[in-house]
Write a protein that binds this ligand. Structure first.
Ligand code: CU
Length: 282
């Protein structure tokens, strides 16, 4: 209200305009709560309200991190909005044109700086610890596999009985750029199907044939970019057998949306049988 304007003389309970505004506010709030409940119920009924069931051991720490982060930020969100709503209603204008004003409050400022800083530092440290665990070297008995992305599909190369993948050079015009002179390449098996072994760490080498892609299996939680001309890597331990969707998580061209695939997690016996069949087919 402009300086010098006289305050309206009506009491808050006597003003018909204010009564109308009050009932409008309650109706709005009811409508909002109803919408929120409807959306939550739909998501819950469709089981689309949370991540797909976890399928790798290393993903447990990521899930815990997501839950802690959502819990802390959700509590802060609720607190701020409940307070905001309370202050809006409690201190709405009721004929008093001037708000109470104080320029400075040291204890309050220290509190609202120190508490969020401590919370954010704790969340960052928890994230860094998880990150360093996931980026540690893979276990020595890990199952080696190369997964390759290209516009717009996925394929894989498996080492043969020697356990070694043949040398690659992007200048060699082979489907996987494998050097045929390297003896380790002779028993390599390539396939458009991606198989991993349950309960056995998999050391995945990621290579791209053309542009940047990103290997992402939502049930594994982990995601890694594929960079042309470079090999990136990732390791994980599948804990459940089954078929899990891969989605390319990097916009890689007009057909990006079609770049999905599947990872099949099987037992060691099933894998040995399958790889034997693939080797014979060569
Ligand atoms: Cu892609």
């Amino acid at each position: 209200m402009a300086h010098g304007t006289p305050a309206p003389s009506s009491e808050s309970t006597g003003n018909p305009l204010e009564r109308t505004a009050g009932s409008g506010l309650s109706l709005g709030l009811l409508f909002w709560l109803f919408m929120l409940a409807a959306v939550a119920a739909t998501l819950y009924a469709r089981r689309a309200w949370w991540l797909p069931p976890l399928a790798v051991r290393e993903g447990a720490s990521i899930d815990r991190l997501i839950e802690i982060t959502l819990g802390v930020t959700g509590a802060a969100f609720l607190l701020v909005h409940v307070l905001l709503g309370y202050f809006v209603i409690r201190y709405r204008t009721r004929g008093q044109p001037r708000a109470h004003y104080f320029p400075h409050n040291t204890p309050l400022e220290v509190l609202y700086t120190a508490v969020p800083a401590a919370v954010l530092v704790s969340l960052s440290v928890a994230g860094l610890m998880t990150w360093s665990r996931l980026h540690a070297p893979p276990p020595p008995d890990a199952f080696l596999i190369e997964i390759r992305g290209q516009q717009f599909s996925w394929s894989a190369r498996y080492p043969g009985p020697d356990g070694k993948l043949g040398r690659v050079d992007p200048r060699i015009p082979q489907p996987f750029n494998v050097d045929p002179q390297d003896p380790a390449s002779r028993d390599d098996v390539t396939s458009s199907e991606i198989y991993l072994v349950v309960n056995r760490p998999a050391h995945i080498l990621l290579r791209s044939r053309d542009v940047q892609h990103s290997f992402w299996v939502p049930a594994f939680r982990l995601k890694k970019d594929l960079l042309p001309g470079r090999t990136t890597e990732l390791w994980l331990t599948p804990t459940r057998t089954g078929t899990f969707d891969i989605a390319c998580a990097e916009l890689c061209g007009v057909g990006h949306y079609t770049m999905h695939g599947q990872v099949r997690v099987v037992t060691q016996q099933e894998f040995d049988r399958w790889i034997g069949q693939q080797a014979q087919r060569r």
